[in-house]
Design a binder for this molecule. Structure first.
Ligand code: ADP
Length: 221
């Protein structure tokens, strides 16, 4: 099996003035291609920080993070963005849709950033997949939380990521919508072999993943 994600002695220390806070302390783990993994732990234990490091959105203070065999630590911002565009999808806790763009345009952005042409039909397909064709011309403020989360899923799927990181994907959703979102995530894993790494408080969601990583006070337990 290929390793898609490999963390080696990863620490993250936030510094402000003369104070420093060790948020992640010497973390080691790796994830095989096609696996489903959840990261659980108390609030403030470093889960979101860990996910951001894994996805190349942030940098570790020490240790190495490798995605698909590429060590992220030595890369400049452009190289890091290129790795993210090539391999990574990310679903944020608060959706982070661009407010001035419609649902359709939000999904088109990553495709356009990849230099693809004629992206509209593909973006419409993706919205259809998450059951939102009828909302394609709505702006984020005109969509419910669940609909916004599904747009953010369509956007995260758009570059056909090898690995999808999701931060509390069901955190702001009612039970019925969260079931739909979870199904979309696991369908993607089954159909496309996309590796899933999910931070969650939702123990039902965690129980569906093949592996649960527990973190407490910045350490794996
Ligand atoms: P979790 O996702 O488990 O709730 P986080 O990774 O969001 O935990 O945060 C872990 C700790 O790091 C918290 O104490 C938080 O206040 C702190 N923290 C997170 N981001 C920053 C930052 N950019 N600067 C300083 N401290 C931060």
């Amino acid at each position: 099996m290929d390793t898609v994600l490999d963390l080696n002695q990863v620490s993250k220390i936030y510094k402000s003035g003369d104070k420093s806070l060790t948020v992640l302390d010497n973390i080691n783990f790796s994830v095989e291609a096609g696996a489903t993994v959840s990261i659980v732990g108390p609030s403030g234990s470093g889960k979101t920080t860990l996910l951001g490091l894994c996805a190349g959105l942030d940098r570790s203070t020490s240790g190495t993070v490798a995605l698909h065999g590429t060590t992220l630590n030595g890369l400049n911002e452009d190289q890091l963005a290129a790795v993210r565009n090539q391999y990574v999808g990310f679903i944020f806790q608060n959706f982070q849709l661009l407010p001035t763009l419609t649902a359709l345009e939000n999904v088109m952005v990553p495709l356009e950033l990849r230099g693809e042409r004629n992206v509209k039909p593909r973006a419409l397909d993706l919205l259809d997949k998450v059951g939102l064709s009828a909302r394609s011309h709505h702006y984020p403020t005109q969509l419910s939380g669940g609909e916004q989360q599904r747009v953010s899923l369509a956007r995260a799927f758009s570059n056909q990521p090898r690995i999808l990181f999701a931060d509390e994907p069901t955190g702001n959703l009612d039970a019925e919508t969260s079931e739909k979102v979870v199904k979309l995530l696991f369908d993607l894993n089954k159909e496309a072999g996309t590796t899933l790494v999910v931070v969650t408080h939702d123990l039902e969601l965690a129980a569906k993943t093949q592996r649960i990583i527990r973190i407490k006070g910045g350490k794996l337990v």
